[in-house]
Design a protein around this ligand. Structure first.
Ligand code: ATP
Length: 235
């Protein structure tokens, strides 16, 4: 499979002098679900925020479908959607208003049929005129995904999409992610849960203390770690 994201020799040192990422090399294949697994503070958010162009890098190179995120930033960013951990939006805006406004930020021509499809795919259509503040936690997360998809990105980053949600909602989120993959979107998600990586991903990368220590096909990783051990982490 060809790569859609290519990260080479990427390092990040924050202004405080703390080195959050150390010489990261990573290829994300077109159409896959890639889980970036690591404990608190491992560097997951730093890595995806750099690839998405909302945090600057200290050294190295990142390309998105061949577009350098620094010298060709506009093209690179248009190919990417980011679902951050927190909902950044006007809670008193409607679902439809939020998603169509987000599309406008990318200077994309209006396409109500596309937005309708996104909302239907995410089971948000019935709520299109509802204010975000009135929605449940699970629905709000779906709005974040719809917002990130508003400009028809090829790659979607989900930063800990199931952190703090109950088991039922987590399963709902997995279904949404699988549906997105089926529609051809490449997915990169970060998680603390090895069980989530097991459930969702085609490949898994493990990051610890700013270093990628392992990248494996899911099946190979699971074989190495042993099923029993993994099931324990699912609880
Ligand atoms: P979590 O799972 O808790 O979200 P993470 O794997 O996403 O963690 P990051 O948020 O990328 O980790 O943080 C990696 C390291 O960089 C942490 O030690 C964090 O304290 C540090 N860090 C993150 N943002 C900054 C910042 N703006 N300035 C200085 N250090 C930072």
């Amino acid at each position: 499979m060809p790569s859609i994201i290519s990260v080479s020799h990427l390092s990040k040192t924050y202004g405080s002098g703390f080195q959050a990422l150390k010489d990261i090399n990573l290829e994300i294949e077109k159409g896959e679900i890639f889980a970036l697994l690591g404990p608190n503070g491992a560097g997951k958010t730093t890595l995806i925020s750099i690839i998405c162009g909302i945090n600057n890098l200290s050294a190295g190179r990142v390309t998105v479908d061949g577009h350098d995120i620094i010298t060709d930033a506009r093209a690179a960013r248009t190919l990417i959607g980011l679902v951050p951990q927190e909902l950044h939006t006007d809670a008193f805006e409607t679902v439809w208003g939020t998603v169509s406004f987000s599309r406008g930020l990318f200077n994309k021509p209006k396409n109500p049929a596309y937005i309708e499809k996104v909302l239907r795919d995410l089971s948000l259509w019935e709520k299109k005129d509802s204010k975000i503040v009135t929605l449940s936690g699970g629905m709000k997360r779906r709005v974040m995904i719809a917002k990130a998809l508003s400009h028809e990105p090829q790659v979607l980053f989900l930063d800990e999409p199931t952190a703090g949600v109950d088991v039922e909602l987590r399963k709902g989120m997995w279904e949404v992610v699988r549906g997105l993959k089926a529609s051809g979107v490449t997915i990169i998600l970060t998680t603390h849960y090895i069980g989530e990586a097991e459930e969702m991903a085609d490949r898994v990368g493990v990051i610890n203390k700013g270093e990628i220590i392992l990248v494996e096909d899911k099946a190979d990783l699971m074989q190495k770690l042993g099923k029993k051990q993994l099931k324990l982490h699912l609880q």
